[in-house]
Design a protein around this ligand. Structure first.
Ligand code: ZN
Length: 275
């Protein structure tokens, strides 16, 4: 018979065992933090400690971005390294592959990119988050081209994490569920798994949705939490934490920075600029 005493012992041991581990035992890391809106590195590191979330502080590197060459990369690494956060490179646009050397890139803990900037079949350069730079002649054709670009990036660009995944231009966002068909999700997920590139779960955009995350987990994908803050507000990875529960994510599903010799930039050549 269970006495009050033995119940108390069971409750206590449950509280300390892995069965009730917070966030399913996943260590919280926000791999996609920018020093924006006046946020400084010391402030970010202090927030990281208060919130119990490790940060990766990313430089925006690419054509018409703050960092455009190896000198800029190395100056950024020197300013962030050893200060209590991961040093991350956000590779911007598609032109980044022509601007930096693999050696300088390899000084970062990890690098990431997205598929929000590319040229379409009429050579129109789009930035999908800027409505006036988005050209959609036909929605289905646009989506197929978007998925083609995503797959090309995953197959060719030496990145560790693919960020802002499945984000649609504002004009298409209300049709997210219809446009992200099973076949399109599958092409994306298969390419990420094949190339060993983690998929970001983005807390600010609340993307990808649970259906995508569940399929990706089943296919063996790895995930990395990220915010991609537009100002000094970082939040606390609320959407990512919700997805841990909803999609049953475990520590084995999560990305960890690869370490020297195993980074994507050290394993895969920079491709020629295509899109
Ligand atoms: Zn970003």
């Amino acid at each position: 018979m269970l006495t009050k005493y033995s119940l108390a012992v069971i409750a206590l041991s449950l509280a300390f065992c892995g069965c009730t581990a917070k966030n399913n035992g996943i260590k919280l890391v926000d791999y996609h933090v920018h020093l924006k809106g006046g946020l400084t590195l010391p402030e970010a590191v202090a927030m990281s400690k208060v919130n119990g979330i490790q940060y990766g502080i990313a430089a925006n590197c690419g054509l018409k971005f703050p960092v455009t060459d190896d000198k800029g990369l190395r100056a950024y690494v020197a300013s962030v390294k050893g200060k209590g956060a991961y040093v991350a490179m956000q590779a911007e646009g598609r032109e980044w592959v022509t601007l930096f050397s693999p050696e300088a890139i390899a000084e970062f803990d990890y690098i990431f990119s997205d598929a929000l900037t590319w040229r379409d079949h009429k050579n129109r350069r789009m930035r999908l988050w800027i409505p006036k730079e988005v050209f959609i002649d036909d929605k289905q054709q646009f989506m197929d081209m978007y998925v083609d670009r995503i797959v090309w990036i995953l197959d060719n660009e030496p990145i560790d994490i693919f960020v802002n995944p499945t984000l649609l231009p504002k004009v298409l966002a209300p049709e997210y569920d219809a446009l992200w068909t099973d076949a399109r999700m599958k092409r994306f997920i298969d390419a990420a798994v094949k190339n060993n590139i983690a998929i970001e779960i983005n807390s600010r955009f609340k993307l990808p949705k649970a259906a995508f995350i569940k399929k990706a987990k089943a296919a063996g994908a790895k995930f990395a939490f990220g915010t991609n803050n537009g100002d000094r507000e970082l939040g606390k990875l609320e959407y990512c934490i919700k997805m841990i529960d909803e999609c049953g994510l475990t520590p084995q599903d999560m990305f960890t920075p690869k370490g020297d010799g195993k980074k994507a930039i050290q394993l895969k050549k920079l491709p020629k600029l295509k899109y």
